[in-house]
Write a protein that binds this ligand. Structure first.
Ligand SMILES: [Zn+2]
Length: 94
C-alpha cells in the first residue's frame, strides 16, 4: 500500500486544528513515534488549544480516527513524508 503526495497532504491536515476530531475519536495515531493510543490520552493542545499533541512523544503529529483510518502503513508513510523527506529539502524519491 502506498499513498500519493496529495493523500498524504490531506492526512496531514487532519493533524492540525483537530481538537474537535480527537474528542469524537476512539483512537489516535501519531506519525512521529508511529504509535496508536486512546483518543482520551490526548490531553495537551497547542495552537491556542486547537491542535492535539501526542501523549507519548510530545509532537503535534496526531491523526484522529474520526477523520483518518489510522494504519501502521499510513503512520510510516506520513513519517517519511513529513519528518524524513521534508528535512532533506523535500526530494521525493519513491
Ligand atoms: Zn508520538
Amino acid at each position: 500500500m502506498s499513498y500519493t503526495p496529495l493523500q498524504l497532504k490531506t492526512f496531514h491536515k487532519a493533524s492540525i486544528y483537530n481538537k474537535g476530531d480527537i474528542e469524537i475519536s476512539e483512537q489516535c495515531g501519531c506519525f512521529y513515534c508511529e504509535k496508536t493510543f486512546p483518543a482520551k490520552d490526548v490531553v495537551k493542545y497547542i495552537d491556542k488549544g486547537r491542535t492535539g499533541v501526542c501523549p507519548l512523544c510530545d509532537i503535534d503529529a496526531v491523526l484522529p480516527d474520526a477523520t483518518v483510518t489510522v494504519t501502521p502503513e499510513l503512520l510510516s508513510a506520513m513519517y517519511w513524508k513529513w519528518f524524513v523527506l521534508r528535512s532533506s529539502d523535500g526530494q521525493e524519491t519513491s
